[in-house]
Design a protein around this ligand. Sequence first.
Ligand SMILES: [Zn+2]
Length: 511
Amino acid sequence: MSIGVTRGVALRGITGRVVDVECHSGQGLPTFEIGGLPDTALRQAPQRVRAAAIAAGHSLNQRQLTINLSPASIPKHGTSFDLGIAVAALTACEVLPAATVRPIVHLAELGLDGRLRHVTGILPAVLAAQEAGCTQVVVAPSDVAEAGLVDGITVSTAATLEDLVDGYRSLAKGEPPPPASVPPEHVAASEGRHLDLADVSGQHEARAALTLAAAGGHHLLLNGPPGSGKTMLAERLVTILPPLTREQALESLAVRSLLGAVPAGIDLAPPFVAPHHSASVPSLVGGGTAAVLPGAVSQAHHGVLFLDEAAEFAGSALQALRQPLESGEVVVARARERVSYPARVQLVLAANPCPCGEGFGKGLNCRCRPTERRAYAARLSGPLMDRMDIQVQVPKVSLADLREDPPDSSEAVAARVMQARSAQAARWPADRWQLNSHVPGPVLRRAPWRLPSATTRLLDRALELGQVTLRGYDRVLRLAWSSADLHGRTIPSVDDVGLALMYRTQGAVAA
Ligand SMILES: [Zn+2]
């Protein structure tokens, strides 16, 4: 009886755990079994591993092989354990040197011809390996760049299992190891950065609202007729937000890695994700039938989630967004496990004033029946709308707007946003809240942050008259602080509160 051990990573969401892949080789009837909560794809690994081993010139067919993935209690998914299982088995059969392969993390699927193949989730797996103190990983050639995004890890690759076996044998004899082909990391230029707020003519109020949303991290509803430039505005929100930290960018990429789409470099621009209004609940918030995959709200983590034609989304889809907006994460419960994905997003909704889109201004061209308008408005009300701090009208652009001087560029606006964010960072304890939109209402209503009653008179009156709820009252306060920060005031003025109250109440779709 002999044993071979190497390493792999079990992923749950974007959280990974380094797992020992052990293979016991014994006498007796030829078998190849896998223990340690494998899923269907993983249970089929022996077929792929056997074929790949034969392609590498080593038959495992006459052996009694038992694979144990340890710790056995956590579920293991997918095909990324193939390579580790092959290496452990070949070590147990004394083909590979035990000490050489023991500390190395293997992450690749094996083709029947022995080729190392791409797997999803490389980035979160390698991040987990780094956290666990591992220093070497082996991945498929197509995954080298993605694995190389993680600091402090030596990434190696081989085209086939045979090449890898040859490499390990040379290494054990003291010969130079197989060449590690890690391309130098580069920061990819973001597509988002080609957009600029200077492209948007007119729309002074909407531009101001967008700036305010960026400053304090507030959710935003853009309400206006088709063709007024709501999408243009929403797309440009990411151009005025501060760049991500490297850590945030990696976290955001780790989510995309599970869907198999990671760019070649680290992009520090916040993500912008715009799902179609036909999106299902799982594609919006996460889930799925086979694997639990992240949804649009997690792909937009640390960035902007934009729902165009928000009233056309299924009510269930909009309601499903409430929990992630509240907690900053999505939790999907399954029979054997709970998977959570990060989902801290800034939400931007765009809506037409009515089903036909012409019901703005005096609404003379609107062809909708009153019942249609009411039903439409009802879809844009309720708990999700209550979370939209800023609701702003986006009118059609006039000819006069087009003749104006070009407005401020994204760069200029981003600098003002940055200043407003510095003011927030200086005011709030860093371990609790980064942005005004994160601060709980009671904190803003009590000393030392309570505003003088002369400042809040208009807002207090609106609360008394039932024009705003207490939740809405708190949202106006948060927004007023962002307005003050943007204008360099140390405390909100009457105007800041008035502006915030207007944004809270004016954009609502009128029934
Ligand atoms: Zn209409």
